[in-house]
Design a binder for this molecule. Structure first.
Ligand SMILES: [Zn+2]
Length: 477
């Protein structure tokens, strides 16, 4: 049956590649993915999926299901792009397609289309009577800028699944294990009093001063946080352009990260107090509003082992000389030559193996499956897959859609994301996902074991990172 899964995906490769390339061309930002969603819904309707639109009242979130009864397997998709990353495809130099335009610098065009390939393949197997159960393809918007899955999770999605699986484009073929930090994003908007900066300074109350003092206060806080915690900021408003006016408004966007939501919330309270202190010092006021939030990620080693087995079972892409030459050319545009993926965290023995495979990090393409080394290592970044992982057993992997060590959110990723090199890795990812879903739907023992592990790791319950009445809004990314 695994061979049939591979053959079916290959037979429909052009359809899945066409979707990926169209999403690449749309390059829509977080919560503006209207054309991308229309493309997916059109495809899924023709395949006979039942669609629920505007899931969790988010206009570009949807769920498409096929089949009936259990097991219910969720496959997660994303499709948002990044600002200022417009780039021509298939060239090894920075060359914006639309100056100032957007681009798929995180490969979410590939992510969604690879997941689509898997969902459509499982649907076909159910249709043919080879599988029993339900496959649910989740259209998850705004991964980059609003944490769409967190809103879907808060509003009741994912709980009825037996398992959720997904992947992300990367530079290695590798199970994603360990955890990610929880992250709370808040906007601090200061209001002051305008006045002539030289003539009437005593009448002015500077919102910009308050924002600067808040940042100074947080800078001192950083010495007194736990090692796993981090705080980041950006200015969204610095008042007006004239130094001769006391700035009446200023706003700062903060990300507060910790190892779980509870700890992130207690760190956040200290950041709130610093903002309030800055107001006391400057005679200004602040309004504080949550933008989004994500939970930490729970790994599930039972599911991860199944994914790893399928990473090895699915045929890896075979690259032509032209594809390898292109990957080499992209690889030459940056000078990082570290070991790829999570290899730097492996013990010396496994690391030695990876050193040999990658020519000590020099090779442009990681054309092998990375060893699976379960870990509780917490990655400093965050993902809204974390919220799903608290509601159902969840596992993820990377597929090598990019040359080794390709910088994240870069023109190199956009350029590669619409080439044969990336297409083949996307189809490989689709095949691994479909094979994994097939295993989960035909071997009940796996789901029982995965659930048993989940009931231990998620025993504390889902601590939602979002305030109850928070509405998902397009965010600056
Ligand atoms: Zn991403």
């Amino acid at each position: 049956m695994k061979q049939s899964i591979y053959d079916y995906i290959q037979s429909r490769a052009d359809d899945f590649i066409a979707v990926s390339d169209r999403i690449w061309e749309f390059a829509e930002l977080s919560l503006n993915e209207y054309k991308s969603v229309a493309c997916y819904l059109d495809f899924l309707r023709k395949e006979g999926f039942t669609i629920r639109e505007q899931v969790a009242n988010v206009p570009t979130a949807f769920a498409a299901s096929y089949g009936s009864g259990s097991p219910r397997i969720g496959i997660l998709a994303e499709y948002d792009a990044l600002s200022s990353l417009s780039q021509r495809a298939g060239v090894a130099e920075k060359d914006p397609l639309v100056p100032g335009g957007h681009g798929h610098g995180c490969g979410h065009n590939l992510l969604g289309a690879g997941s689509l390939a898997a969902a459509v393949t499982i649907k076909k197997l159910i249709e043919l009577g080879h599988l029993k159960g339900t496959v649910v393809f989740y259209g998850c918007p705004g991964e980059e800028g609003c944490a769409g899955k967190s809103f879907m999770a808060r509003d009741g999605e994912f709980r009825d699944l037996d398992a959720a699986i997904t992947w992300h484009p990367g530079d290695t073929n590798e199970v994603t294990t360990g955890s990610n930090a929880a992250c709370l994003q808040y906007l601090y908007s200061f209001q002051g009093q305008t006045a002539h900066a030289a003539g009437d300074p005593h009448l002015g109350r500077s919102a910009l001063d308050a924002a600067e003092l808040m940042n100074v206060g947080v800078q001192f806080l950083r010495e007194h946080m736990r090692k796993c915690e981090s705080v980041h900021y950006s200015f969204l408003d610095v008042g007006g352009p004239s130094p001769n006016v006391v700035q009446p408004t200023a706003s700062v966007l903060y990300m507060v990260r910790s190892d779980n939501v509870r700890n992130a919330k207690s760190l956040l309270e200290r950041v709130h107090n610093i903002a309030r202190g800055a107001c006391l010092m400057t005679g200004t006021e602040v309004s504080i509003r949550q933008v989004d939030g994500t939970a930490s990620t729970l790994s599930n080693t039972v599911l991860e082992k199944v994914i790893h087995k399928n990473l090895e079972a699915a045929p890896l892409p075979v690259y032509t000389d032209d594809e390898l030459a292109f990957a080499e050319a992209i690889h030459n545009t940056y000078d990082c030559r570290d070991l790829p993926g999570t290899a730097p965290r492996f013990d010396w023995k496994v690391k030695q193996q990876v050193k040999e495979w990658t020519n000590n990090g020099q090779k442009a393409v990681n054309d092998f499956v990375m060893p699976y080394v379960p870990s509780d290592y917490m990655s400093a970044g965050s993902t809204d897959v974390g919220d799903v992982s608290w509601l159902t057993p969840t596992a993820q992997f990377n597929a090598a859609t990019w040359p080794s060590n390709c910088p994240g959110h870069s023109w190199q990723m956009v350029s590669t994301g619409k080439t044969v090199f990336a297409h083949e890795a996307m189809l490989y990812a689709g095949c691994v996902l479909a094979m994994t879903a097939y295993d989960l739907m035909t071997d009940p023992a796996i789901l029982t074991e995965a659930r048993a592990e989940f009931s231990v790791t998620a025993a504390g319950g889902y601590d939602c990172p979002l305030e109850p009445d928070l509405v998902a809004e397009p965010a600056a990314i």
